[in-house]
Design a protein around this ligand. Structure first.
Ligand SMILES: NC(=O)c1ccc[n+]([C@@H]2O[C@H](COP(=O)([O-])OP(=O)(O)OC[C@H]3O[C@@H](n4cnc5c(N)ncnc54)[C@H](O)[C@@H]3O)[C@@H](O)[C@H]2O)c1
Ligand SMILES: [Zn+2]
Length: 356
């Protein structure tokens, strides 16, 4: 078992342990009195894991309610928030009651947002079941939903009261979702954890559960550092956006056929190659990055042109004005933030795409 305390205003524990799904009730009762708790999940995860979480909560004295949404990104909308809020109000949930997100990042972001606004804020527990949610979205308190105009445009900062990850859940995770999580873990390694990068590069993955446990533990530690030092994402936490400026543009240009992990993988390669070519990085991070991405079947090479990427990225960032902040690798395990005039972004992408 590993346990990490995230020291935000109200510190909370992130527990990683095989078999922890069946112990959520006892972990929860250590931090709150038994109350009403509403488990929010999607239809894939519900049929696999709700029963075990619910019975553990009931055994610990909680009164369990459930809401199940269709799986997928389209559930992350204001209509789903309204459905949760109306349900909680109908069932007379009070400020001392709680929510529990059981699922991937979609369910975590949605549940956290609903928790942040119901009665001006109630507690929620995050029980991530996808690699990506465990390594990235369940920690840090960014919650939200999508609007028609774009992803994550409505949201709040609202930290969970507890995070419990059972790495055994990786056994049922679809392969594509596994790669999405792995891409974020490689990102954390490249930003701030060279030993994790080496581990991922050398692993033979003969024990998938142990592999994921190590990746998630170390990624959460990287995230912990940035969240504790910059909870509201005004400075260094933006390093966690490495690969995401080009990545989001690639997702958009592909009409979201390119998954988040593959898009971020290509975005990281672009950032690494461009910063090496421009003499900003101390070493060539691009070659080892491409090697590790190829090893796991993540896409390293981008088929879009620099002009298309820049146009899509700048549309996304137009609220930021004339400058854009990019995360760039200096060496494996260290990145820096770089402010560029928006007009230079295309040139940056050109350098990052040119494989010569
Ligand atoms: N809040 C943050 O800081 C943050 C960070 C990164 C990403 N995100 C958000 O996270 C979302 C993506 O998260 P995701 O990749 O987990 O997607 P997801 O929640 O859609 O889950 C991926 C798929 O896997 C299924 N699934 C999840 N766990 C499973 C399991 N153990 N077994 C079988 N199936 C399982 C889900 O039902 C879904 O179909 C996006 O909306 C993104 O914006 C948020
Ligand atoms: Zn991401």
């Amino acid at each position: 078992m590993s346990s990490i305390i995230i020291k935000t205003e109200n510190p909370y524990q992130v527990i990683m342990e095989e078999g922890s799904l069946g112990k959520v009730g006892s972990f929860a009762s250590a931090i709150m009195d038994p109350c009403r708790i509403c488990i929010i999940s999607d239809d894939n995860v519900h049929s696999l894991y709700t029963a075990s979480v619910a019975s553990s909560l009931e055994n610990a004295g909680f009164d369990v309610y459930k809401i199940v949404f269709p799986a997928g990104e389209t559930t992350k909308n204001l209509g789903s928030v309204q459905k949760i809020l109306e349900y909680l109000a109908d069932e007379n949930f009070t400020r001392s009651d709680a929510l529990l997100a059981l699922g991937g990042g979609v369910i975590g972001d949605l549940t956290g947002f609903a928790a942040s606004v119901f009665l001006r804020g109630i507690k929620y527990i995050n029980v991530p079941t996808s690699f990506l949610a465990a390594a990235d979205s369940s920690v840090g308190g960014k919650t939200g939903v999508n609007l028609s105009a774009g992803k994550n445009l409505a949201g709040s900062f609202w930290q969970p009261s507890l995070v419990v990850y059972d790495p055994v859940t990786v056994k049922t995770l679809p392969a594509a979702s596994f790669l999405d999580g792995l891409a974020e873990s490689i990102k954390c390694a490249l930003i701030a954890d060279a030993p994790l990068f080496g581990f991922i590069n050398l692993s033979d993955m003969n024990d998938e559960t142990k592999f994921v446990e190590r990746c998630v533990t170390d990624s959460v530690k990287v995230k912990q550092f940035f969240v504790e030092n910059d909870q509201y994402d005004k400075g260094k936490r933006q390093l966690l956006n490495l690969g995401h400026t080009a990545g989001h543009a690639i997702e958009k240009l592909s009409a979201f056929k390119e998954s988040h992990g593959h898009a971020v993988a290509q975005g990281m390669v672009i950032a690494a190659r461009a910063s090496y070519k421009k003499g900003w990085s101390r070493q060539d991070c691009c070659s080892p990055l491409v090697e590790v991405l190829n090893k796991y079947g993540l896409t390293a090479s981008c088929s879009y042109k620099a002009a298309e990427l820049a146009e899509a990225a700048l549309k996304d960032k137009k609220r930021l004005g004339n400058e854009i902040t990019l995360a760039i690798p200096l060496e494996i395990g260290e990145c820096a933030l770089m402010r560029l005039p928006s007009g230079d972004l295309q040139d940056f992408f050109e350098a990052g795409l040119d494989e010569r």
